[in-house]
Ligand binder design. Structure first.
Ligand code: NAG
Ligand code: NAG
Length: 145
């Protein structure tokens, strides 16, 4: 009986954790959120949805380890070498002043704030996914916004 309670508690805990820390967006859902909640104009919204699709398949919990030992986090695959910190990894800087784990959450406010900083400094070409899939044109998601 005690065992069953523990197993149930674990299952419930996992479900809660997953709901809090992982979200699979659709293109329209992310477009609406970036435009309405974060004030991105149409062009910026279209470009960000395209790059998030290319980089993370619109999955907030996506991580990717690079060959140079750094790791990319979340929807916008933000790198821990310069932008955020991870336990056990020595970043060269922490320009968004946050734990990288913040970028994996369902609440994308920290990821959006940091992505804006990356964009301001480097433009869209900071994202390999943007160069590969969005540079030559992006889908117009105005009808979602
Ligand atoms: C999102 O990514 C996480 C981590 O890679 C994975 O466990 C999960 O299955 C993915 N979700 C979807 C819907 O693909
Ligand atoms: C390490 O790899 C990532 C992803 O390719 C890249 O963004 C970053 O600039 C690289 N760092 C160095 C010092 O080459």
């Amino acid at each position: 009986m005690k065992h069953l309670v523990l197993v149930l508690a674990f299952a419930v805990g996992c479900t809660i954790l997953q709901n809090v820390q992982a979200k699979q967006f659709t293109e329209c859902e992310l477009a609406r959120l970036l435009h309405r909640t974060y004030g991105f104009d149409r062009s910026k919204t279209n470009n960000f949805v395209c790059l998030a699709a290319a980089e993370s398949s619109l999955n907030t919990s996506k991580t990717h380890k690079n060959r140079n030992g750094s790791t990319d986090y979340g929807l916008f695959q933000i790198n821990n070498m310069y932008w955020c910190t991870t336990p056990g990894y020595v970043s060269r800087s922490d320009d968004c002043r946050t734990a990288c784990s913040e970028f994996l959450k369902n609440d994308i406010s920290k990821a959006v704030a940091c992505a804006k900083k990356v964009l301001a400094r480097h433009g869209y070409t900071a994202w390999e996914g943007w160069k590969a899939k969005c540079r030559s044109g992006v889908k117009d998601l105005s009808s979602c916004m």
